[in-house]
Design a protein around this ligand. Structure first.
Ligand code: AMP
Ligand code: MG
Length: 421
């Protein structure tokens, strides 16, 4: 038996980040930037107003108060997107809307709220040729967003290696970019095996089951940034399995489920061994334990890594979480595959009698005392997929810890912060 960490180390040694590709900025969400992104111009490109109000010469408002307003002549009305070239002279003001570039000569903006504009009736706002009363002195630079205060032309705005989130996508768009170079998303071919496994949507024969694994794994692949490619279901025959695996050899990785446990009827092992070099491991973990890892050889000589997951639906998901997801992250150029692990107080007893690391499905919530609590999601059999669906975390009970008692603090690995079921 090998430990979870050793299995993961051996697997990750096989993977490297994929080559860069040009990608639309929105589609690059979750991908890693391959090159520094350098600002092509200043942001903002010009000094502009942060408020709706009046662009003024601050000195003209000196000493203004409600009791002693300053009256300024309105010489223009300026919306965002327009430029005024005529300078603002002493005693003048330009009615200006948020985002509009500051007119020359002005050095402050007085918000509407500090003028008599709100006191006037509808449709009676001061317009060009009218006048406005200012009730409060403006400091020079008040309510101005200065040119380049966010980004200087030539500055590295997003460094290579950064994972693109919504904010990076926004920054890229703000620089007018439509594409960026990111490490390619891996295509992950997914193959279910077993005579009893049936495609959802097809009639179910007695004794058969629907294919849960291909879909749960495909969803995990997509959630972590890969592109799932469902190959279908291979019957437990040498011919069928061989043909299906060969079909998937253009992928960056092939994930199969079932047929890797010792002493079962399946032909998976024999075929895998013939089509490539595969190791069969027993990993010191629960759920899961049998795991296959190796590589097939594509017709062009390329080695295509293969991860063989156990057939039980929970084992399959947990094994993919522990080994497949880090592999996908690595291909994406990401090293942050480690899930957040926090300490939580278990409210249930967790029995771990057979010396394996126990990833029990649990719900982690914050108690009224502000501490984190873990509740098991009921029966923990590795075929009980709803125990996974009811969970937002997995316990990490170490191999050498035979039990955790109610009230004990344990490590839990958060799978999902957002959806506490
Ligand atoms: P095996 O690894 O082939 O011995 O399968 C272990 C268990 O997982 C059996 O009960 C299978 O029926 C079940 N199983 C195998 N493949 C799938 C699948 N794709 N979806 C759901 N259950 C499966
Ligand atoms: Mg089987």
């Amino acid at each position: 038996m090998i430990s979870v960490d050793e299995a993961r180390e051996r697997i990750l040694a096989f993977f490297a980040r994929l080559p860069g590709e040009r990608q639309g900025v929105l589609d690059a969400l979750g991908q890693v930037l391959a090159d520094d992104v350098v600002a092509p111009f200043d942001i903002p490109p010009l000094d502009n107003t942060a408020m709706d109000g009046y662009a003024v010469r601050a000195a003209d408002t000196s000493g203004a108060s409600e009791a002693s307003p300053r009256e300024l002549r309105v010489v223009a009305d300026l919306a965002a997107g327009y430029i005024l070239e005529t300078p603002v002279r002493p005693g003048e003001a330009v009615r200006i809307m948020t985002g509009a570039p500051m007119p020359p000569g002005s050095d402050a903006v007085v918000p509407f709220e500090e003028t008599d504009e709100p006191l006037r009736g509808p449709n009676e706002a001061p317009t060009k040729g009218g006048s406005v009363r200012v009730f409060k002195a403006a400091h020079p630079a008040a309510n101005i967003r200065f040119r380049a205060e966010d980004v200087h032309a030539g500055q590295v705005v997003i460094p290579a290696g950064r994972v693109l989130r919504a904010s990076e996508v926004g920054v890229l768009a703000s620089m007018g970019l439509t594409e960026v170079t990111v490490y390619r998303r891996p295509v992950v071919a997914i193959l279910s095996t077993g005579d009893e496994v049936t495609e959802p949507g097809q009639p179910l024969k007695p004794g058969h089951i629907y294919d849960a694994n291909a879909y749960s794994v495909a969803a995990m692949v997509r959630a972590c940034g890969g592109t799932p490619w469902l190959l279908g279901i291979a019957r437990d025959t040498v011919e069928d399995l061989t043909a299906m695996i060969r079909k998937g050899l253009s992928a960056d990785m092939i994930v199969t489920s079932a047929g890797v446990s010792r002493g079962d009827f399946d032909v998976v092992k024999d075929v895998l061994a013939r089509e490539g070099s595969i190791d069969f491991w027993t990993v010191r973990m629960k759920p899961g334990k049998p795991l296959a890892f190796g590589a097939f050889t594509a017709p062009d000589g390329r080695r295509v890594p293969h991860l063989g997951l156990p057939g039980n639906p929970v084992s399959s998901m947990v094994s993919f979480e522990l080994f497949g997801r880090p592999a996908i992250f690595t291909m994406l150029g990401r090293s942050d595959w480690e899930r957040p692990v926090i300490r939580a107080i278990t409210r249930d007893a967790v029995v771990n009698s057979d010396g394996r690391r126990f990833f029990a499905r649990c719900i982690v919530t914050r108690g009224e005392d502000g501490r984190w609590y873990a509740d098991l999601t009921g029966p923990q059999g590795s075929g009980i997929l709803t125990s996974m669906s009811a969970a937002n975390a997995l316990t990490i009970i170490p191999e050498d810890q035979p039990e955790a008692r109610p009230g004990d603090e344990i490590d839990v690995m958060m799978l999902d912060w957002e959806h506490a079921p």
